[in-house]
Design a protein around this ligand. Structure first.
Ligand code: AMP
Length: 573
């Protein structure tokens, strides 16, 4: 089917053609002719990214009487961001439709400006339930004559607790109108809602109920809980061009993961409920425009964020509700592109994954966490590609060329290229040198992870049965210590090379790191006699119970283990 065959007005056809819409998407193919020719209510089960805004927007615009300035359609959606997105889309579709105006009303913004806009008139109001209800109560918004009522992302509106507002708003609308309900999922509450508000609706569904986008692959890794962050870094390093939302469960986790990523030099930021609206807008805008590569967010904060070109959705923690997983993964693989939904699980989360698989009716693919060598190869090729594609500004570079050429005198082009690539690549080589295997191998079991347990002597065991010791060092960010500097120090002070290094945790004034227990003694001894930029280093071993404390190191000969517990100074992390 073509857009011309749907019967849409020429003013709309020209606008969407300018927007590059060549063919209706499946949901548009079904809804547009239905809404143009039919007055029945409609339930459309569609994921975000399927073109549903045009699916309801175009027929509403087609039927609107632009000679009148009263409200003819009310579109309700869960968030300010989605509201603005729909309003922007309607502006674009109606660009050649003279006399048409849509008004966006949403919370967290100046109400008097919205009141002025409503008073100046328009045919469509797009709003969030709280603000719409408020404006109806203030008698500024009159919905008693509307002909169309659209409930977009109805499941999200209910999840966000807008049921009361929805009831109150719907009570103000006329009995005779066409109601369109769009939802990605069909929980019982939505069925109840459709029974209450929709009259003999037609049901349209693109894809099966509760099925994610067909072009999304679902991958998962199983690691120890303590290795989740390291795994996230490996995933990011293994996909250097990734553009992803990293989903966390809590605000604290979101903040924590985003801060670590930023400290480690990734182009990331956090989106969570503790941010002001201005901060949210700032972060979202940077993500939308591609200035941020990774957005770490909670489910609630990411609602309404409309980005169509995500390459990955990363589930740093799985949601409790399988439907939230469907929403998350539906954010990638949009507008005909393919995408990957990655879940980083620890052993106890595999049960949750099985439950999601069951509801999805899909097996997810277990993948191996990429190893250091694999990542270094990916990064090397990425770097080579970047250098090959880089735009050279001849006029700016040319004046420096003689001096630069002089520096490389005697080197052939292959040698020069090697040096340029190494200048950037060495950082990855250093980080991934001796990188441990993070995969938890063997049977996925219900009750937890045998290997992941911390030993009673404060050691972790890796897959080769090798022990890790956790060490404390009295230097942190304040002393300009970062992971790669610490790796450098460890390499410098361990006589034997290829010492296995585990988790590194850099705090403000101190840090923790894990190393192969066999080299613990020699490393502690050597590091304790050294300094970092004039700051005398103190290194000691910590036991399992001391994960969140700083051992007090008085005398270098005594270890933290020798001190009575009560005397050890505790510091909150
Ligand atoms: P939506 O599900 O409404 O958020 O739409 C997802 C994306 O697909 C938006 O960027 C739309 O501009 C785009 N889109 C919608 N319909 C079409 C179409 N028929 N052809 C190409 N792109 C479309």
């Amino acid at each position: 089917m073509t857009f011309e065959q749907t019967g849409l007005k020429p003013e709309l056809l020209s606008a969407i053609s300018e927007m590059g819409f060549e063919q209706p998407t499946p949901i548009q193919e079904k809804t547009i002719p239905h809404l143009i020719n039919n007055k029945n209510d409609l339930i459309a089960l569609a994921q975000t990214g399927t073109g549903k805004t045009a699916a309801f927007g175009l027929p509403v615009l087609h039927n609107c009487d632009v000679t009148k300035k009263d409200i003819q359609a009310l579109i309700l959606c869960p968030t300010r961001e989605l509201c603005l997105q729909i309003s922007r889309d309607l502006d674009a579709f109606s660009k050649n439709l003279r006399g048409f105006k849509n008004i966006a009303v949403y919370g967290g913004a100046d109400i008097s400006k919205q009141i002025r806009e409503l008073r100046s008139g328009g045919q469509v109001v797009v709003g969030t339930p709280g603000r719409v209800h408020d404006l109806i109560r203030r008698k500024v918004l009159n919905v008693s004559q509307i002909r169309w009522m659209v409930l977009d992302e109805a499941d999200e509106m209910l999840n966000m607790g807008f049921k009361e507002e929805l009831d109150a708003i719907l009570a103000e609308t006329p009995a005779i109108k066409q109601t369109l309900l769009f939802s990605a999922t069909m929980p019982r509450e939505i069925s109840n809602m459709t029974n209450k508000y929709l009259h003999s609706p037609e049901e349209i569904s693109v894809g099966r109920k509760n099925e994610g986008a067909a072009n999304v692959e679902h991958h998962y890794y199983v690691v120890q809980a303590k290795d989740k962050y390291a795994t996230l870094k490996r995933v990011a390093d293994n996909y250097p061009n990734c553009y992803a939302i990293v989903f966390c469960r809590t605000r604290m986790e979101t903040r924590d993961v985003a801060e670590k990523l930023m400290e480690d030099g990734y182009n990331a930021d956090a989106l969570h409920g503790d941010l002001s609206q201005a901060q949210r807008d700032y972060v979202m805008n940077r993500f939308r425009t591609g200035q941020l590569q990774m957005l770490v967010a909670t489910d609630v904060a990411a609602r309404g964020l409309d980005v169509n070109s995500l390459s990955h959705v990363i589930n740093y923690s799985l949601p409790d509700d399988p439907e939230a997983y469907i929403h998350r993964s539906g954010r990638t693989g949009r507008a005909g592109k393919s995408g990957i939904s990655v879940s980083i699980l620890h052993m106890r989360e595999t049960g949750k994954l099985r439950h999601i698989e069951k509801i999805f009716n899909k097996r997810f693919e277990r993948k191996d966490v990429p190893g250091g060598e694999e990542i270094c190869e990916v990064q090397l090729m990425h770097l080579a590609e970047k250098v090959a594609q880089v735009e050279v500004n001849d006029s700016k570079i040319d004046p420096y060329m003689p001096a630069i050429m002089a520096k490389f005198e005697g080197l052939n082009s292959e040698e020069i290229l090697k040096r340029f690539v190494s200048a950037e690549f060495n950082r990855f080589l250093a980080y991934y040198k001796n990188a441990p295997d993070l995969n938890v191998r063997g049977q996925e079991r219900k009750g937890g992870d045998k290997r992941g347990r911390r030993g009673d002597r404060g050691n972790d065991y890796n897959d080769n049965g090798m022990n890790f010791s956790r060490l404390f060092i009295n230097a942190g960010k304040k002393q300009n210590l970062n992971a790669s500097r610490l790796l450098g120090l460890i390499n410098e002070h361990s006589k034997r090379k290829n010492v296995e290094i585990g988790k590194i945790d850099i705090q403000r004034k101190f840090s923790f790191f894990e190393i192969d227990s066999r080299f613990e003694k020699e490393l502690i001894q050597s590091m304790n006699q050294s300094s970092l930029d004039g700051h005398s280093l103190e290194v000691d071993r910590v036991t399992g119970e001391e994960r969140v404390s700083v051992p007090k190191i008085k005398k270098k000969k005594k270890t933290a283990m020798d001190q009575p517990r009560a005397k050890r100074k505790r510091t909150k992390r």
